[in-house]
Design a binder for this molecule. Sequence first.
Ligand SMILES: [Zn+2]
Length: 127
Amino acid sequence: MANSSGFSAFLKGRCPQCRTGSIFKGGLFSRNFKDVHERCGHCNVKYEQEPGFFWGAMYFSYALIVGLLIFLSVLMFSLYDDPSLLLLCVVIIGVSLPLTPFLMRLSRLLLIYVAAPYRKFKKELQG
Ligand SMILES: [Zn+2]
C-alpha cells in the first residue's frame, strides 16, 4: 500500500493511488519529459482516463504561467522604480521559458491528482 505521504508522492511524480509507480516515462531533463505511462506499473491504474484527458492540463498550465507572470511583475516593480516594458518582457520570457518543461509536468501531475478522487468515485458507482 502507500509507503509515502500523498504530498511526497506528488513531488516525486508517483501514482496517486499506490504512491509507488512512476507516472512519467522520463526524467525532467530527458527528451520525453512530458510522456506519461499509460498505466501504473505497480497497481495498474490507468492515468489517461479518456482520450484527450491531458488537454485539461492546459488549464493548470495557464494558471501556473499567469501566477508566475504576476509574481515576476510584482518582483520587478518592487526591485525597480519603473521598469521598462523591454526589461519586463526579457525577465518574464527569460524565467518562464526554461521553466516550461517543469510547468508542463506539474500541470499534468495536478490534473492526475485532482482527477484521482473522481476515478475512485466512478469505480465505486460501477461496483
Ligand atoms: Zn499505482
